[in-house]
Ligand binder design. Structure first.
Ligand SMILES: Cc1cc2nc3c(=O)[nH]c(=O)nc-3n(C[C@H](O)[C@H](O)[C@H](O)COP(=O)(O)O)c2cc1C
Length: 225
């Protein structure tokens, strides 16, 4: 039985565009794996506070540190991530990057000597690779010819998740949500089409057996770019 971890971080709750997109991705994944269990991890607010002094110290020393505070939160979040066969992250763009809430989750799961090691050759990820689908919503466009802002979010997530061993990332986006309802409908339609094409292609080829093989090595797909 597969476990799908759904990480969502929009402050807009049920109205969230990235949440809508990540739920659509979950829908396709559940078609392929009807028996899968979805674990919901909502980040933000007081649930996942920023890392504390104990945790920050642990980055510097090998001492046996307290499991209270951030260390306990970090451990719980890492175990949740380790237990997942597939990860779906729903995120808005906030000030050209990931929201602070998602950054807090990243700071907890990207932990020296736990999810990555520092070696002479650089940082080496310690987690088993698995498919990670990222659903991005943005007020303006950050991909394609009509992009009017730099994209720090997708390269950052590739780099930081790659650092802990998660390399198999596929991006979908609904861009330009600030442009009015008609433009949003159009952006959603383009992204929904890209999603359907992506998953239907894989399902037809693989008979809904192996989502990992289906997406591995694909370039990021941005539906409305
Ligand atoms: C604090 C804040 C910063 C934002 N910064 C950007 C930005 O840099 N670029 C952009 O395209 N949209 C930006 N937006 C707009 C959101 O990305 C957009 O409304 C998105 O659709 C929200 O997704 P959600 O409904 O999942 O929260 C920002 C919104 C907020 C609240």
């Amino acid at each position: 039985m597969k476990t799908i971890l759904h990480v969502s971080c929009s402050p807009r709750g049920a109205a969230s565009e990235s949440g809508r997109l990540s739920r659509n991705i979950l829908g396709f994944l559940l078609q392929a794996h009807p028996e899968a269990v979805v674990v919901e991890r909502v980040v933000g607010g007081v649930e996942i506070p920023p890392i504390d002094a104990d945790y920050a110290t642990s980055q510097q020393s090998l001492a046996d540190l307290s499991q209270a505070g951030s260390m306990a939160t970090s451990e719980a979040l890492i175990r949740e991530l380790e237990a997942a066969d597939i990860v779906v992250i729903g995120t808005p763009v906030h000030n050209m990057a990931v929201p602070a809430a998602l950054k807090a989750w990243i700071d907890h799961v990207v932990r020296a000597r736990r999810t990555f090691n520092v070696t002479a050759a650089g940082k080496v990820g310690l987690l088993r690779d698995r498919p990670v689908f990222v659903a991005v919503a943005s007020g303006g466009k950050f991909s394609g010819e009509r992009a009017r802002q730099p994209d720090f979010l997708t390269p950052y997530l590739r780099a930081v998740l790659g650092m802990i061993g998660l390399h198999d990332l596929t991006f979908f986006s609904v861009e330009g949500t600030g442009a009015g309802p008609d433009a949003v409908d159009l952006a959603r339609a383009g992204t929904d089409q890209a999603l359907a094409a992506h998953f239907t292609r894989g399902l037809a080829r693989l008979g809904a057996i192996d989502i990992h093989a289906q997406v591995h090595g694909r370039r990021p797909s941005t539906g409305s770019g």
